[in-house]
Design a protein. Sequence first.
Length: 159
Amino acid sequence: MKKLLQLLEDDCTLTHAQLASLSGLSEAEVAAAIQKYEQDRVILGYTAIVDWDRTDRESVTALIEVNVTPQRGDGFDRVARRIYQYDEVESVYLMSGSFDLTVIISGRSLKEVALFVGEKLAPLEDVTGTATHFILKKYKEKHLVFPKQEAQEERFVFE
């Protein structure tokens, strides 16, 4: 069944017939397994990976290092829950190393992201420091390579 999960993670658009063929299971077994995985919250959702740079949507993504004071009994969980409830937050990870949490957010502009950090994230009780890193270009995400844009799309015109 791990094979089925890996196939779904790689491409959730595969049909039950395709999944059955690739996994060695029957279509009925695939359907039953997927339903059980969804009920047990092993599968949390399905998503498409979009190269927003190929659209007219303006967007900026930031990775924010967050240092926090862990709470007795809750550790980092309480502050992580508080952070991931914001709509701007795409992901939150507990880290090892020189900072505690990684928060990934997207906004329409650098200013919007900066306002989120300055007005919502940094002032939270138990947050002791942040460092924001803006993603300038994506090369690969979730095993998918972002293709290089055509030369005319890369050219900048300065007048």
